[in-house]
Design a protein around this ligand. Structure first.
Ligand SMILES: *Cc1c(COP(=O)(O)O)cnc(C)c1O
Length: 231
């Protein structure tokens, strides 16, 4: 099942790239494996997946311990500062940096562990009240301040678009995030590159790629629906 799902996702990525004259090598598929058991992740691994996304520190570290070491782990969920220390030397990207306080803690822990952590700034592009992320208007200021910190490299922007039935409704937001990245890139801020655009999930990754996504985060489309225990 995972194998078939992955084939479909890869075809969709190719199609979106074809539609817009992009090279499919420009797009990284992150398999979002939150709530799923290691056996399913290993199935995806066997099909060639090397980028996995998790949104909880404890789950990421538990899976990190038991899975092959050539996996690139992406922290995609809201991150509390007191948990940064558990993951700085295990992740290849933290997608969800939305405050200077968090950037400072990642920097401090990175320096302590002598690693460099690539981070993305999470932007709440649709200004949804329920979502984390900085406002577009505040992104540059956060980036300018975070860029001065040792141990971290700002590589781009991330957004979680609204949940919609018709992916086309999110096209405007993907365009806006892309434009924001271009605008910030044009400011030539030291220690900042805007090459990574993490946007697009199961419902809208094709649209996101058409609008310039370099990372898509696909969970349900690969692993099936998630079941959350009611507490
Ligand atoms: C869960 C999650 C995804 C994947 O969502 P699907 O709709 O299952 O593809 C992507 N990004 C973030 C930040 C998530 O938390």
């Amino acid at each position: 099942m995972i194998k078939d799902n992955l084939a479909i996702v890869h075809q969709t990525i190719e199609k979106a790239c074809e539609n817009t004259g992009r090279n499919k090598e420009e797009v990284t598929l992150i398999a979002v494996s939150k709530t799923k058991p290691v056996s399913m992740l290993m199935e995806a691994y066997a099909c060639g997946c090397r980028d996995f996304g998790e949104n909880k520190v404890q789950e990421l570290t538990a899976k990190y311990e038991v899975m092959p070491k050539d996996i690139r782990w992406h922290m995609i969920g809201h991150l509390q500062t007191n948990k940064v220390k558990y993951i700085v030397d295990k992740v290849c990207f933290i997608h969800s940096v939305d405050s200077l306080k968090l950037a400072q803690e990642i920097s401090a822990q990175a320096v302590k562990k002598q690693v460099n952590v690539s981070i993305l700034i999470e932007v709440n592009i649709a200004q949804e009240e329920t979502k984390f992320g900085v406002k577009s208007a505040d992104a540059e200021e956060l980036i300018r301040e975070a860029a001065l910190l040792p141990g971290i490299s700002i590589k781009g922007l991330m957004t979680i678009a609204p949940y919609v039935e018709d992916a086309d409704e999110n096209r405007q937001y993907f365009k806006q995030l892309k434009q924001l990245a271009v605008d910030i890139s044009n400011k030539n801020i030291d220690n900042v590159s805007m090459n990574v655009l993490s946007m697009g999930m199961t419902g809208d990754y094709m649209t996101a790629i058409e609008e310039g996504a370099s990372c898509v985060r696909v969970g349900t489309g690969i692993f099936g629906e998630r079941q959350y225990l009611v507490k």
